[in-house]
Design a protein around this ligand. Structure first.
Ligand code: FES
Length: 172
């Protein structure tokens, strides 16, 4: 064939034949595509391990909906990612604000974990299980709890109130 003869003549003359050049090009291109796909796939599989901190924050509503005065009980769904498994857990929090700062309380009593409620007339949190009383700042007024109400970290981002629903133990 004339093309084969031309290739042999080019190689014999010490040059690179068109066939060799094309073969090398295909190998290089194939390698580049494989590397790109491999890197994309690898990042998909390992990226959940690096997303944990961002996903710990839960959006519980507009900050402007939380008014000073009576604490507001807010229900929310916390999504927790453990590598590739996402679990959902319904929970709630008590949100108190002075109009500037937000304090978010864990809804479980620090004695044995019963849910407590806000009594507007007394302006106190009351736990029905063993008659604990907490003031509006979560301090123990009376009863068996060993420490004030636990809190959740909170911040406002673009008008939304975000919390981290892992209890921060109240300082005694
Ligand atoms: S669980 Fe609240 S007082 Fe015991």
């Amino acid at each position: 064939m004339p093309n084969d003869e031309a290739c042999v003549r080019e190689e014999a003359a010490g040059g690179v034949s068109r066939r060799t050049f094309l073969t090398a090009g295909i190998v290089v291109l194939g390698g580049a595509i494989s590397a790109l796909l491999g890197a994309t796939g690898l990042s998909y599989f390992i990226s959940p391990a690096f997303k944990k901190d961002e996903e710990d924050w839960v959006d519980i509503g507009r900050a402007s909906d939380m008014k000073p005065g009576a604490p507001l009980k807010v229900d929310f769904v916390a999504r927790k990612r453990d590598a590739w498994v996402v679990t959902e857990k319904r929970s709630s929090a008590w949100v108190s604000t002075d109009g500037k700062e937000f304090t978010v309380f864990d809804p479980r009593c620090t004695h044995l974990g019963c849910p407590y409620r806000w009594d507007q007339a007394r302006e106190q949190f009351l736990c029905p299980c063993h008659a604990a009383v907490f003031d509006a700042k979560g301090q123990v007024v009376s009863g068996p709890p060993p420490r004030p109400l636990d809190r959740f970290a909170a911040k406002v981002v673009e008008g939304r109130l975000l919390i981290q629903p892992q209890a921060i133990k109240g300082a005694a």
